[in-house]
Design a protein around this ligand. Sequence first.
Ligand code: GLN
Ligand code: ZN
Length: 767
Amino acid sequence: MKITTLGYPRIGKKRELKKANEQFWAGKINEQELQTVASELKAEHWNIQKENLVEQPTSNDFSFYDQVLDLIVDFNCIPKRFQPIHHLSPLQKYFALARGYQDNELNINAMSMTKWFDTNYHYIVPEFYKKTHFKLSESPKAVQEYTEAKAIGIDTKVTLIGPLSFLLLGKEKEQGFHRLELIHQLKEEYIKLLNKLCDLGATEVQFHEPILAKDYNEEINFALKTVYNEFKKRASKINVCVVNFFDCYGDYLPTILQLPLSSLHLDLTRCGEQLKDVLSSQYLNNSLTLSLGVVDGRNIWKNDFKKSLQFISSAIDVVGKERIEISTSCSLLHVPYDLELEESSTKINQSIIPWLSFAKQKLQELKELQEIVESGSIYTHPLFIKNQEIIQSRKDSDQVHHQEVKNRVDTLIDTDALRSSPFKERKEIQKNILQLPLLPTTTIGSFPQTKEVRQQRNLFIKGKITKNEYDTFLKEQIKEAILFQEQIDMDVLVHGEFERNDMVEYFGEQLEGVTFSSFGWVQSYGSRCVKPPIIFGDVSRKKPMTVEWTSYAQSLTNKPVKGMLTGPITILQWSFVRDDQPRKTTCEQISLAIRDEVLDLEAAGIKVIQIDEPALREGLPLRKDAWEEYLTWAVNAFRISSCGVNDATQIHTHMCYSQFNDIIQHIANLDADVITIECSRAQMKLLDAFSDFRYPNEIGPGVYDIHSPNVPSKYDIIDFINKAKRRIPVDQLWVNPDCGLKTRGWKETKAALEVMVEATQKARELF
Ligand code: GLN
Ligand code: ZN
């Protein structure tokens, strides 16, 4: 029984690649130096796999920026707008695609980026045209990496994103064709690539086709058959593995099982039931190897050997040990590097460390599982016994389980998720209290996190300034922010979120049941990494988390100051979540903690409270038939957190990079008094979903893009307000930027907000 892998993290355990990339972009190191860092990382990752008895580690899982971008370059489907930069080196051009290019004459927009399935990893979206002409590069990256490994004596399995996923993850940039029509042409280039690899001695290619985890589609099924049959015919010496993760193969299974594959990978952490289907299928042939993804590549919990061994044994019983490989469920790209780095950390709750497993430990788990299976005496093996002791200690731990939190969730009743009166009545009450003009103006919460703000925070964390000094500094920032907002005549003010490092981390740090690693970085996109909170136990709030800052801000002005909170779905979605209870339950616990905060803010006299839920949409399951269930509990979680208030308290929510048309009923079910959304880049088109639905509550469509330092003109904003007004009755509209302003500087922020308020005043006169 072999061990197989689907990819290792690549950013470096101390984020070496991030740092080297950024130095290269800043011109501080040259291409050769960057390549050296990359080669060292690749060699290290191959060796770690070798040490853990992975016979053929994967190559081509490394990437300077993104593995989809690598293919865009290798198949030469580079958007025309990048033609003028032919003078750059290949690597510089590569980064230009991801990051855009500016010089004195040129200003080329970056290719867009979107989330990789339901992860927080972002890939570069391929752009396709009717006439897209794929042409395999002279020296494709997969070939380079295979050769590089071979040169240091390591025979690798090459991983590639499969042609179906590559096409379907992209988008058409002109009308009148579907990108899947390009499959035949693309397939030819894949075949060339397979033959190139074959000539160099490669024997195995692992195709990642995660698109198969999404809804079944007849055309995709047909293409699947054609492509993989032809791979076998025309690159016959290469053993082809197909990999799918994040869900099962669903209705694609019969087709998949009839393809001439050498192995098939199953994500058994997301979909354990599919193993039975595979093992009992009439189409299962007697040469196919099954790669069992038993170790979770999406989470950081120690593997429960009992569960894994059950899968492994049942598969061995049917097909025999020789045809079984064990593996992680998906690439380890989505988990941090090495738990050992946390052993001296003072940040993480040390008592949970035995329960965790990062990338390196996950390889060790596979090695141990192999050892246990090979020993023949599974349930008496010392490694098994030790593993079960640890699993049990987590189940019994009073770090994890708090009866009063569980009771609160169990005794929730329907009215806890219901405002006292319907929106129409609340609207009148709130109108009287808040006395806002037509088209009220507000912002999304954060103001610039300047170098100074970050510096002071670091000094405080390092103990170089006292809490008192830090608080005084923050209050100074808040005061200036309030003063500025009053000066420009903003209607609903914010305190600026200067005390927050990150909108989830700030709350996570204050909640019981949540902890943070010191080095648990995971790549989010390019050189950006995030360190997700670890929700390990029942979640509750120890004490008020934001009331002091919000009340201080409110004490400085007669205008309403909006209290700013991160919502339960977003906290859940952007964390490593416990796997010993349904996500729904964890989410409900967080909702109750946020509800407590909402009520404390209300009691402190705060009249407007915003609960941000930018991650609502990204929590959607991959298959549509599971949407309803998720949306029902997610919306309910938001309502638990927001519905404890009086009618007079105005609840806002905020969502960005979201589309609403197919979830509009659920957005309406949130029953927030006001929703602010990112809207300007789509020219207010996102509002169509709201107008078609006759969305009853109030909406603040973003009237300018906060991702660029450009200051909008008054004209632009009036134009946007006009567009919004054509879709939504004006007495339902608010005016605000697309999102928070923390990544901006003060100069453009002040200028833009001043223009925004002036434009709104003009619009009020006009309407
Ligand atoms: N209140 C947060 C901010 O202004 C919202 C951020 C977000 O939507 N991602 O930064
Ligand atoms: Zn936002």
